[in-house]
Design a protein around this ligand. Structure first.
Ligand SMILES: *[C@@H]1O[C@H](CO)[C@@H](O)[C@H](O)[C@H]1NC(C)=O
Ligand SMILES: *[C@@H]1O[C@H](CO)[C@@H](O)[C@H](O)[C@H]1NC(C)=O
Ligand SMILES: *[C@@H]1O[C@H](CO)[C@@H](O)[C@H](O)[C@H]1NC(C)=O
Length: 316
């Protein structure tokens, strides 16, 4: 969520989309993720009990694995950690390219689960929070269902005209007045996150960022309502045929151009830290003892702490 110094390529500048038809710009499956994304090995800005490794280390330790239509990133699940040493090995990926208005569709089979886990699929501008952040899939400690969130500077609110199936957990997106909480919509169904998501074989997450705001949809794998263009990852998609999103952040009272810049796409898995590790949250989520001690001492608890992504498509 915090800006990091990183080299990036301004691959795609803003295209003003008037309709709701979007054309495929990029497609990632298996090994292609290693071309389009880089591993970020730096310390977690949210103070997690994590050690992000570089690509060579990740491949060598099989924390990153690409084959066919499987792209897997995971945490170490065999090492008992020295309490005075670095945190649990894990992976954080960022896209090489940046995106203005766009649509992403993620076909995800499995996501990290377990006490202490804090996984996220999200997008952000390097000059954080001035260029904004969009969290698509995020949560902690297997708690409840997914939350989609915007983080911005002042004068971005999304009350009033929200047309969404989710539950609003805040309408002011300003990180400074909300203690960094931002504005959130929670998915109404448990299978949008963690163990229930995984038991179902995952599903499809889609996000649209346009002049009209941001919308996020989720269809579980066994849903009868997955749009044809989403299910097949067609070259052209029409977001107006996708039904009501679970999260709707209209631009009515949030000027998109002044709050959102070029975004990198990121996928990461941290432990404990500023959300998952807060004792009142960690214990309320039914997790035992102290988060950091749990992560240090119980490698086997993280055997299911992995993403398995079938594909990602990006439309502009
Ligand atoms: C992981 O992603 C979430 C997305 O919201 C972000 O808040 C958090 O800072 C990220 N953690 C790290 C260590 O990058
Ligand atoms: C590496 O990880 C993949 C995906 O989790 C798994 O299928 C494969 O068997 C692992 N390879 C080794 C050598 O452990
Ligand atoms: C809400 O969004 C859906 C999907 O785009 C649309 O069909 C419906 O008419 C919208 N409802 C309102 C009240 O705007």
């Amino acid at each position: 969520m915090f800006a990091t110094a990183a080299l990036f390529v301004l691959a795609s500048l803003t295209t003003s989309v008037l309709g709701d038809q979007w054309c495929e710009a990029e497609s990632y499956k298996g090994n292609q993720f290693l071309q389009g994304f880089h591993h970020m090995s730096f310390s977690d800005p949210t103070h997690g009990r994590v050690n992000y490794v570089d690509q060579n280390t990740a491949l060598q330790k099989n924390l990153t694995f690409a084959s066919g239509d499987h792209f897997v990133i995971r945490a170490d699940h065999t090492t008992v950690l020295d309490p005075n040493g670095p945190g649990r090995d894990s992976v954080r990926l960022e896209s090489n390219n940046v995106y203005m208005n766009h649509v992403t569709i993620w076909n995800i089979r499995h996501m990290p689960q377990g006490c202490g886990t804090w996984p996220a699929v999200w997008e952000f501008g390097q000059n954080w929070p001035y260029q904004g952040e969009i969290d698509i899939l995020e949560g902690v400690n297997d708690h409840s269902s997914n939350q989609a969130t915007l983080h911005t500077t002042a004068d971005c609110t999304v009350g009033g005209a929200r047309n969404e199936t989710g539950i609003s957990l805040g309408t002011d997106c300003d990180v400074y007045t909300t203690g960094n909480a931002g504005c959130t919509a929670q998915n109404p169904t448990a299978d949008s996150y963690g163990p229930a998501f995984n038991a179902n074989g995952g599903g499809f997450y889609a996000m649209e960022r346009s002049e009209r705001g941001v919308r996020v949809w989720f269809w579980p794998r066994n849903s009868k309502h997955i749009p044809h263009d989403v299910y097949h990852g067609l070259n052209e998609v029409d977001t107006d045929n996708w039904g009501t999103p679970f999260a709707h952040f209209p631009s009515t009272n949030c000027d998109m151009d002044s709050h959102f810049g070029p975004h990198n796409i990121a996928i990461n898995l941290t432990f404990c830290g500023d959300w998952a590790g807060i004792p009142s949250i960690y214990n309320a989520d039914g997790c035992p003892g102290d988060c950091v001690a749990y992560v240090n001492q119980n490698p086997a608890a993280f055997v299911n702490a992995y993403f398995d992504v079938a594909w990602l498509k990006i439309y502009e």
